[in-house]
Design a binder for this molecule. Structure first.
Ligand code: PLP
Length: 404
C-alpha cells in the first residue's frame, strides 16, 4: 500500500502567513471601512526598474525570432549572467568566485530548501532562533529534525541558536557541534547584521569542526555600513566551508519574476565528497533553468543604468525603514534592525505576546505586521515590520501606531 511522506505530518499547524491572512480577512469582513495597511509579508511594492524592463522586452523579441530564439538554458545558467555575478558581486569585493561556481536558479527559497538534499540525513542541523522558517521546514520534510515538541515549540534533533537583544541578534557558537549551520545576514526577521570579524569566527569554527555553513545573503543589497560583509567569501577560508545563496527578489524587485543563484566553491567537500558536483548533478536532474528572458533581465541589473535604478529603489525602502525605526523609537518602542536590512524588529510593550500585539495593532491602528513568535520561540514578545510598503502607507501606519 502506498504511504505518504509522514515527515510532513511533523510540521505544526498553519503556515504563519496563512494565519495572518485569515485573521486580516476576518477583521476586514467585520470592518469593511477599515483601511488596512500591510507591513507584514516581505514582498516589494516598487515596479521593476526601466533598464530591466527594457532588457525583458528585447529578450521577449529575441524569443519571437527564429535566429535568436532560445530553448532550454544551460544547466548552471547563461554565462553572460554568471560572468557579471562573478565579477561584480564577488571579484570586485575581493572574493575569488569564478562563473562556474555560480548556479543560477529561480530564487533563493527553493535553493536554500533544496540544498539539504545533497547532505546525509544523519547530519545535525543548527539554525538561528528566530529563523526564516524554510531552513527548518525543508529539513523536517526530509526527516532530519526528529519530532516537534509543542511546548518547547522546537524540533527534538535541531540545534537552536538563540538570537536575542543580549547578543545583538547574532548567535553564539553552539555547545553541541552541528554539521550544517544555517546563517542569514542581513537577517530576516530581526534585521540584524554580522560584522566581518564575527563571521570569521564562524568560518574558522566550521573549518575546524568540518561543518558547512549555509549562508543566506538574500538581503545583501541593503547593507549600508562598511564593516558588514556582503559575502561570506570575504572571510578567509570560507571556500572550504560555505555555500552562499543570493536572490534578485529584494535586490531588484524580482519576487514575481524569479531569479537567484547559489555559490558552491569547487574545493568544498563533505567527508571527502565534492559538493559542487553533487549540486550540479541535482541541478541538472531536477531543474531546467530560469527563463532566458529573466536571466537577460538579471544581466540588466548589473548595467550602469540598472545599478543606478535599483540603488534608488533600495534607498527608497531604506528611507521607509528609517521612518519606521525613528517613529517607533519616538513613540517609546524598543526597536532594532532597519539600518542594513528592510526589517524592523520591535519588542512588544507591556509584556504582550507577539500575537496579542498583532491583534492590538490590527484592531487599534489597522496595521498588519508579523508576530515574532512565528519565527521561533525566541521571537516571542517581538514583532516584525517591513520597509517594503509605499511611502504614503508607511508614514500613515507610523502615525497611527504613535497614536495608540
Ligand atoms: N531568504 C530569505 C532570508 C528571505 O527572507 C527570502 C524571502 O523572503 C528568501 C530567501 C526567498 O527569496 P526568493 O524570493 O529569491 O525565493
Amino acid at each position: 500500500m502506498v504511504k505518504a511522506n509522514e515527515n510532513y505530518l511533523k510540521l505544526p499547524g498553519n503556515y504563519l502567513f496563512s494565519t495572518i491572512g485569515k485573521k486580516v480577512k476576518e477583521y476586514q469582513e467585520k470592518n469593511p471601512d477599515a483601511k488596512i495597511i500591510r507591513l507584514g509579508i516581505g514582498d516589494v511594492t516598487q515596479p521593476i526598474a526601466p533598464a530591466i524592463t527594457d532588457a525583458l522586452h528585447s529578450a521577449v523579441d529575441e524569443m519571437g525570432s527564429a535566429d535568436t530564439f532560445k530553448g532550454y538554458a544551460p544547466d548552471l545558467g547563461y554565462s553572460f549572467l554568471r560572468e557579471k555575478i562573478s565579477e561584480m558581486d564577488f571579484k570586485q569585493r575581493g572574493c575569488d568566485i569564478s562563473p562556474d561556481e555560480i548556479f543560477v536558479s529561480d530564487g533563493a527559497k527553493c535553493d536554500c530548501s533544496n540544498i539539504q538534499e545533497i547532505f546525509s540525513l544523519d547530519n545535525k542541523v543548527a539554525v538561528c532562533d528566530p529563523v526564516y522558517p524554510v531552513y527548518v521546514d525543508s529539513n523536517v520534510m526530509a526527516g532530519r529534525t526528529g519530532i516537534y515538541d509543542e511546548i518547547a515549540q522546537s524540533y527534538k534533533d535541531v540545534i537552536y541558536m538563540p538570537c536575542t537583544a543580549d547578543n545583538d541578534f547574532v548567535p553564539e557558537l553552539p555547545i553541541e557541534t552541528p554539521d550544517l549551520i544555517y546563517l542569514c545576514f542581513p537577517n530576516n526577521p530581526t534585521g540584524a547584521v554580522i560584522k566581518k570579524d564575527q563571521l570569521q569566527v564562524w568560518v574558522d569554527y566550521a573549518n575546524k569542526n568540518k561543518a558547512i555553513i549555509l549562508y543566506d545573503a538574500a538581503y545583501e543589497a541593503y547593507i549600508s555600513e562598511d564593516d558588514v560583509p556582503h559575502s561570506i567569501y570575504e572571510c578567509d577560508g570560507a571556500k572550504t566551508c560555505a555555500i552562499e545563496f543570493r536572490s534578485f527578489s529584494k535586490t531588484a524587485g524580482f519576487t514575481g519574476l524569479r531569479l537567484g543563484f547559489t555559490v558552491i566553491p569547487k574545493e568544498l567537500e563533505a567527508g571527502g565528497v565534492g559538493l559542487w558536483s553533487l549540486w550540479a548533478r541535482r541541478h541538472g536532474t531536477k531543474y531546467n533553468g530560469a527563463p532566458y528572458i529573466v536571466q537577460k533581465a538579471g544581466e540588466a541589473v548589473y548595467s550602469e543604468e540598472g545599478r543606478k535604478q535599483i540603488k534608488s529603489q533600495i534607498a527608497y525602502y531604506m528611507e521607509n525603514a528609517r521612518y519606521i525605526y525613528d517613529g517607533l523609537k519616538a513613540a517609546g518602542y524598543d526597536v532594532s534592525g532597519g539600518v542594513n536590512a528592510p526589517y524592523i524588529w520591535l519588542h512588544t510593550p507591556d509584556k504582550m505576546t507577539s500575537w496579542e500585539f498583532f491583534d492590538y495593532l490590527l484592531t487599534g491602528a489597522n496595521v498588519v505586521g508579523t508576530p515574532g513568535s512565528g519565527f521561533g520561540p525566541h521571537g516571542e514578545h517581538y514583532f516584525r515590520l517591513t520597509a517594503f510598503g509605499n511611502r504614503e502607507n508607511t508614514l500613515e501606519a507610523i502615525e497611527r501606531i504613535k497614536k495608540l
